[in-house]
Design a protein around this ligand. Structure first.
Ligand code: NDP
Length: 336
């Protein structure tokens, strides 16, 4: 079995030399345990943030889908698939319901769950639209921004796992959707294939000018994946009673200096804006609702998904570094 540990604290952008591939001797199975083999592994920006607080020489955090190779648990038969929070591991011995990662809550019912039947859809979606990023987009937009028909919704990191779904759900709800993403290719995808009304490359355009053109009456909802100056610029274009869901602040994950952004209090007062941070776990009890709804929308062709797949377990660090550089369109995944 193989696992990735990180061997030096990240400074700025992670480097290949920050990671080490190690052999791991797995224990024999005890009663109730299963042996799983990773199939798809998820690459997520939050890992960059959380690892900053973990000691070096610990395993990289991360989720995966995995096939059961051996089982001493009758509820988890050999050949079936689980979703696991196992870290960057090729093989894992686990008792379902208990956590194998250090520094994580020890007992949780959602660890090593059997995957539901995905029908004709790939199991990798358990890491994207039909998993954590999907729940984030669904509840963050619908429960916090609460967009209604005809309103204007802006989303940043709009061609990523969360952002690309936020925009599509907002379209289903009858909104005008404006996305900001970091390349022409990404903008073309979200506008032409996903049906966003406007898509702008924030690296080559003036954000204020883009919003004056696309939302002359102002913005009602902002789904913020990025934070920093870009978000302050967008918030300055919100109209009365606008709602902001603060989901991520990826502009700062790799930065070594504190991020400075313009003061916004006056804007909040004048327009009576509402801003709320979110952690997806708030909605754990309602995950089946978002799963069922997003599954249905995909089946109906109302929502399209895309994945950027890096092949080979040994390429996990490369895929992770590329995710933070913005190489991915849609969900970033590693296929073993
Ligand atoms: P994405 O698939 O969106 O990948 C990250 C993207 O962020 C990159 O592709 C890149 O796209 C963009 N990006 C990177 N650096 C910057 C920067 N400096 N400024 C602007 N954009 C940047 O990842 P996810 O969809 O998984 O996550 C999106 C956000 O949501 C993250 O901030 C993440 O931490 C957050 N999140 C929060 C959760 C919560 O519970 N609060 C749960 C899940 C995710 P581009 O080319 O457009 O720059």
């Amino acid at each position: 079995a193989k696992k990735f540990v990180y061997v030096s604290k990240f400074v700025g952008e992670p480097k290949l030399s920050d990671f080490k591939l190690e052999e791991e001797q797995l224990p024999d199975l005890k009663d109730d345990e299963i042996l799983c083999e990773a199939e798809y592994l998820s690459l997520d920006p939050y890992v960059r943030m959380l690892m900053a607080n973990r000691p070096v020489n610990t395993i990289m955090l991360g989720r995966q889908t995995a096939k059961i190779l051996q089982s001493k648990n009758p509820k988890y038969p050999v050949g079936s698939y689980v979703f696991g929070n196992f870290g960057w591991r090729s093989h894992t011995v686990v008792k379902p319901g208990t956590n194998v990662l250090p520094y994580e809550q020890k007992d949780r019912t959602d660890i090593a769950n059997l995957l539901p039947d995905f029908g004709n859809l790939p199991r990798s979606l358990a890491l994207g639209y039909l998993g954590m990023p999907g729940h984030t987009a669904y509840f963050g937009l619908l429960d916090i921004c609460k967009p209604t028909k005809g309103e204007v919704v802006v989303v940043t990191a709009a061609a990523g796992a969360v952002g690309s779904l936020v925009g599509q759900i907002a379209k289903i709800k009858g909104c005008t959707v404006i996305g900001f993403a970091g390349s022409e290719e990404k903008c073309k995808w979200i506008k032409e294939d996903l049906g966003f009304d406007f898509a702008f490359n924030y690296k080559t355009n003036d954000i204020s000018a883009c919003l004056k053109k696309s939302a002359p009456g102002g913005i009602d909802c902002y789904f913020d994946n990025v934070g920093g100056e870009m978000s302050s610029t967008i918030i300055a274009h919100m109209r009365r009673h606008g709602r902001i869901a603060v989901c991520g602040s990826i502009c700062a994950y790799n930065s070594t200096e504190p991020v400075k952004a313009p003061m916004l209090q006056r804007m909040f007062i004048n327009n009576e804006l509402k801003m709320e941070g979110l952690l997806v776990y708030r909605w754990t009890d309602r995950y089946s609702e978002s799963f069922n709804q997003i599954f249905q929308w995909i089946q109906e062709g109302k929502i399209k998904y895309r994945e950027t797949i890096t092949k080979g377990f040994e390429n996990m660090p490369k895929g992770f570094i590329e995710l933070l550089k913005g190489v991915n369109l849609g969900k970033a995944i590693v296929q073993v």
